[in-house]
Write a protein that binds this ligand. Structure first.
Ligand code: PMP
Length: 285
């Protein structure tokens, strides 16, 4: 027996969890998703994730055939059915089965999929030693294209940037927007520390409004740090004392090198470490 997967209106064994090859999620990346963590059997920031899923769906005119409370209950049910204590949930809504053409109106029934499984984190040694990253040539989605706030099933831009990093034996790339401002990593938000102050790009730059990002901003302020959401350039990264990334999967992880240049001392910095500890305490609260 494999995992129990939530498919539309109930749990099925993973061997039975199938979608059509005519699903526009597959044919066109027409759909939305969320990645969510489970800590100690509790789904972390479920409401925030579900809210973001509904906003993404609304932005692409995809009616989710379930209300948010029902989706939250079904998520919890999926976690319990798989006995997940510490894990990762992938929630997906596709446009559903339609014709081979683009027309989404041929798709009558959006598909809801919830997978609750184990988590794949960055290797532990990277939390000790920090990540090396590059600046990607691939630009973050332009706001007049698929808006960067939409967590759509089409992540090709980010995948191409990730490949640029992997080509250089690195795991993450920093993406810039059409004006040259820093936005975020391919799957993580970015924070920069200089002279004890913490900066992160505003969502208007094209940074996703990450749920981890929001928690870290809150924790930073509660712990007395000056925290600013403002546009940053590549220069600001090069002269930073510390850089860290945040995300559902990554949590809080230090960056020690960008474009071959060492950040700060070349080790994850003290404020990064404080915020990682605070974050770990917060998620297990
Ligand atoms: N940016 C992008 C492009 C992402 O896909 C993610 C992961 N969902 C993040 C940032 C981090 O957001 P969160 O903290 O909500 O996982």
């Amino acid at each position: 027996m494999g995992l129990k997967i939530w498919l539309n209106d109930g749990l099925v064994d993973e061997s039975e969890a199938k979608v059509s090859v005519f699903d526009h999620g597959l044919l066109y990346g027409d759909g939305v998703f969320e990645g969510i963590r489970v800590y100690g059997g509790k789904v972390f920031e479920l409401k925030a994730h579900i809210d973001r899923l509904y906003m993404s769906a609304k932005a692409i005119r995809l009616p989710i055939p379930s209300d948010p409370d029902e989706l939250a209950r079904n998520t919890q049910t999926t976690v319990e059915a798989n006995n997940i204590q510490d894990g990762y949930i992938r929630m997906i809504v596709t446009r559903g089965k339609g014709s081979l053409g683009l027309n989404p109106l041929t798709c009558k029934t959006p598909q809801i999929i919830i997978i609750a499984s184990c988590i794949q984190l960055y290797p532990l040694e990277l939390y000790e030693n920090g990540l090396r990253v590059i600046s990607a040539n691939t630009m973050r989605n332009h706001p007049l294209c698929v808006n960067p706030q939409i967590k759509s099933l089409n992540y090709l831009n980010n995948i191409l940037a990730k490949l640029e990093a992997l080509d250089r034996d690195m795991l993450e790339a920093i993406m810039y927007n059409h004006e040259g401002y820093v936005t975020e990593g391919t799957g993580d938000n970015i924070f920069v520390i200089r002279d004890g102050k913490i900066y992160t790009p505003p969502t208007s730059s094209g940074a996703l409004e990450g749920i981890t990002r929001n928690v870290v901003i809150k924790l930073a302020r509660e712990n007395g740090y000056e925290m600013f959401e403002q546009n940053l350039t590549r220069y600001d990264l090069y002269i930073a004392d510390e850089i860290f990334l945040t995300g559902t999967a990554a949590e809080v992880i230090g960056v020690v090198e960008i474009d071959g240049r060492s950040i700060g001392t070349g080790r994850p910095g003290p404020i990064t470490k404080v915020l990682l500890v605070k974050f770990e305490a917060y998620v297990r609260k």
